[in-house]
Design a protein around this ligand. Structure first.
Ligand SMILES: NC(=O)c1ccc[n+]([C@@H]2O[C@H](COP(=O)([O-])OP(=O)(O)OC[C@H]3O[C@@H](n4cnc5c(N)ncnc54)[C@H](OP(=O)(O)O)[C@@H]3O)[C@@H](O)[C@H]2O)c1
Length: 229
């Protein structure tokens, strides 16, 4: 079974290829695509086939998907361009007659208030309309969105954000990549499945942080401190 991973020159896609190999895929059955193949030279050295493909270049996609049984479309990084680019990928997958198209979408796509969700929802619709068997991997936030700022958090003693009462569920890229690899290698994965890989939105939305059991203010040492015995 030939599995093509797009965006393999990026962080998530590269981890997906590594996870496929770790889970036992034959490197000769894995195709890693992206625009700059120098970024996947390490995978080529392990026996993975690397093929240049640009989401904006339908011909390159058609060539990359030739003989593919399964394709993972890693969502592109050029916000605003992604719907036409992803549409090209879906058309190429359709032309190649792939048996399963997996797509890395966004958590709770239909109800998400995140502006970036619109391109994911539209891409999901293009995929549904294509008639191809599909799986949506609705990845939530990457933990790595936070980790570069850990020194700043430590310096100020606070994690500052603009999410107000919004709640976050996050996992590492490696965990999302492993989930994608598991789906791509699952012989039972026949399509029509949405994997929500973040927590479901709370309903009704709870107050966070929870109300304090006591009013804020100086604490009485006699009330809270254990008496020396
Ligand atoms: N869940 C989250 O927190 C979160 C955060 C950021 C992004 N994302 C989404 O998840 C995707 C993967 O994340 P990541 O961390 O792996 O991002 P990344 O490291 O920036 O990788 C993006 C990948 O998309 C490829 N790509 C972009 N435009 C392309 C095009 N026109 N043709 C072919 N390939 C193209 C890039 O290829 P090149 O190497 O050729 O540029 C690269 O391989 C992102 O692209 C974005 O859609 C999610």
């Amino acid at each position: 079974m030939t599995i093509v991973v797009t965006g393999a020159t990026g962080q998530l896609g590269h981890l997906v290829v590594e996870a496929l190999l770790r889970r036992g895929a034959d490197p000769a059955d894995v195709v890693a695509t992206g625009r700059d193949l120098t970024k996947v030279a390490d995978l080529a050295a392990r026996g993975v086939r690397t093929v240049a493909a640009d989401y904006a270049d339908p011909e390159s996609l058609r060539a990359a998907f030739e003989g593919a049984d399964r394709v993972l479309l890693v969502s592109g990084s050029e916000v605003g361009q992604r719907l036409p680019q992803h549409t090209n990928v879906v058309a190429a997958a359709k032309a190649a007659g792939v048996g399963l198209l997996a797509y890395t979408s966004i958590a709770n796509a239909e109800t998400s208030g995140v502006q970036l969700a619109a391109e994911h929802v539209a891409t999901e619709q293009v995929i549904r309309d294509s008639g191809l068997p599909w799986v949506f991997l609705r990845n939530s936030w990457y933990l790595e969105n936070y980790t570069p700022q850990v020194p700043t958090y430590l310096e100020h003693g606070a994690v500052l954000g603009a999410a107000a009462d919004g709640r976050i569920s996050a996992a590492t890229r490696a965990d999302y990549a492993d989930a994608a690899a598991a789906v791509l290698l699952d012989a039972e994965a026949t399509g029509g499945t949405v994997h929500e890989l973040g927590a479901a939105p709370p309903s009704p939305s709870p107050t966070w942080p929870p109300p304090s059991p006591r009013p804020p203010g100086p604490r009485s040492p006699t009330a809270t401190s254990p008496r020396p015995s």
